[in-house]
Ligand binder design. Structure first.
Ligand code: ADP
Ligand code: 5GP
Length: 209
């Protein structure tokens, strides 16, 4: 039986940067890439169902999960709490499967602290602030106030791209998906079947795909 332990590939971007779109594509086209279903206190959007996009919980239930150490990381984002359940993720990694996390910059920092270089941090950059704004408007999920809030937060979040392992510009979708796939492929290649690395992983730091 293989002793390989999986990687956690963290994808972050400002709201509207394309995380959901890119993650959906990757999951459909990359083998052995599991997803994690986050818990959140945010109310479901139209068409969202409990246990699919998120597990929707009350603030009290979220606080209990946090207090009892059931979350690998958690953060307050745009006024709601979001967190990654710890146990399912640890189990998936132990089975040798990689996990894709679509989480914000605060969560990415905590995942790095918890898992070290077992976590690979990838930041999706929009081609420009103007295009980011256009994409958010086209998505039609935000009120005018929420749109302003998300664009203000975007500038702060983009500054965090500097400490991610990789930065990928999401201009043409196909190219962005290919770039992220290459990063995943490269990391999988770095593991021997026993789970030991062939070469130090620190060499990748600061790269732009
Ligand atoms: P996020 O999950 O980061 O908030 P989404 O994946 O919802 O972002 O993308 C925001 C909007 O931009 C969606 O309507 C999506 O279809 C669109 N979009 C994402 N990537 C691209 C791209 N490369 N080119 C054009 N539109 C895109
Ligand atoms: P949305 O409400 O638009 O689905 O997500 C809002 C933000 O919350 C996005 O930046 C998304 O990446 C982030 N997010 C979703 N799940 C989690 C999570 O489990 N932890 C953290 N830290 N952020 C999350």
């Amino acid at each position: 039986m293989s002793r390989r332990r999986g990687y956690v590939f963290v994808i972050s971007s400002p709201s509207g940067g394309g995380k959901t779109t890119v993650v959906d594509r990757l999951r459909r086209t990359t083998r052995k890439l599991a997803r994690s279903i986050s818990v959140t206190t945010r109310v479901p959007r139209q068409g969202e169902h409990d246990g699919e996009e998120y597990r929707f919980v009350t603030p009290a239930a979220f606080a209990r999960l946090r207090r009892t150490g059931r979350l690998l990381e958690w953060a307050r984002v745009h006024g709601a709490c979001y967190g990654t359940p710890k146990q399912p993720l640890i189990r998936t990694l132990a089975q040798g499967r990689d996990v894709l996390l679509n989480i914000d910059v605060q969560g990415a920092r905590q995942v790095r602290r918890a898992l070290g270089k077992r976590a690979v941090l990838i930041f999706l950059l929009p081609p420009s602030m103007k295009r980011l704004r256009q994409r958010l408007i086209q998505r039609r999920t935000e009120t005018a106030a929420a749109l302003r809030q998300r664009l203000t937060a975007a500038r702060r979040e983009i500054a965090c791209a500097a400490w991610y392992d990789y930065r990928v510009v999401n201009d043409r979708l196909e190219q962005a998906v290919t770039d992220v796939k290459q990063i995943i492929h490269q990391h999988r290649q770095e593991l021997e079947p026993t789970g030991r690395r062939r070469r130090p992983i620190g060499t990748r730091a600061g790269r732009t795909a």
